[in-house]
Design a protein around this ligand. Sequence first.
Ligand code: THU
Length: 139
Amino acid sequence: MSTTGTAPRSTEDVDWDALTAAATEAMGRAYAPYSRYPVGAAALTEDGRTVTGMNVENASYGVTLCAECSLISALIASGGGRLRAFVCVDGHGAVLMPCGRCRQLLYEHRAPGLTLLTVSGLRTMDQVLPDAFGPENLA
Ligand code: THU
């Protein structure tokens, strides 16, 4: 899902409560009948859109899509761009750390200075995935 809005000028301009609420709303639409562990994710793009995603599980467990996968699909489907702020939540609406694979997904589509709301507070992409492999390695 994607909505339009005013592009924040800096991380201080990010309404983290609203972004967390968007992640929690998305979590409510998760398809997680196997783990019963719904996850929701929300992010702001550089041009002010809010994109969201939720986990989508599968009877073939390994095929499961994390909430971040859905979010990145929503990002691309709604016009692409880069992520400035991100949060994901568990089934209680509590902030959750993105799994390692999904940190890689977020890294690919980060804006400079992408900030994540984490269990340790605000962290940069570089703090949650230091020395990352990325597109620049393939250039
Ligand atoms: N999950 C996510 O959606 N994102 C994460 O970053 C962590 C894990 C989902 C995958 C699976 O559907 C459920 O949480 C339990 O692992």
